[in-house]
Design a protein around this ligand. Sequence first.
Ligand code: PGA
Length: 239
Amino acid sequence: MKIIVDTTEAISALAAKRYVRLLRSRPNAVLGFATGSTPLGLYAELVRLCDAGEISFRDAMSFNLDEYVGLDGSHEQSYRWFMDHYLFEKIDIDRARTHVPSGLDTDSATAEAYDQAIISTGGIDLQLLGIGNNGHIGFNEPGTPFGSRTHMVELTDSTRQANRRFFKSLDEVPTHAVTMGIRTVMNARSIILMALGTAKADIIRKTVQGEVTEEVPASILQLHPSVEVYLDYQAASLL
Ligand code: PGA
């Protein structure tokens, strides 16, 4: 694992440079995107670089990690809406080549088809990940088998509480989600894990320096050959 530490302001720009390098050498790269507060600075920087003509997503394709069950893409808390709003509508990517798991078709055949669609492109070149306070990547909560592929999950109370801030009440936070599995994520050729803020410091320490265990889903990344971990000083403070 390569660990990159900088200020909260600088770290998103550093991560964005990774996309500039990738898309210059491989314009048709397959990108794995993530939602949440953490990538917002990175996405804003990618929009700026695209406006400035320094990066183009014209020939790229994308697959998102996860989606809430029960929300369709027009719902403002759906991850499809999030991606359209913060990134896809503001860069030159062909929206038809962007993929987010369906929150409405949640049967196992649809989940399997999502993995197959990724495989048929030749696989994800660069997968972006945030991390939950409990170590989840995507919505793979503690205890998820490392061999899992795209599947439906029940969200833990701590995840629903953490995401409650985006909804009017806890009752409105979906109880289930569809997420790429851990195996799906580990199949990416390269991975970027981003974490910001003191609240992530403890789980980052466990992820990077702790035991590799299904109780800390992100700890599996220690076994991936090409992972860069982008941290601000606060998230890195216990390393
Ligand atoms: P956050 O979420 O970026 O909003 O902290 C990360 C995650 O839960 O994966």
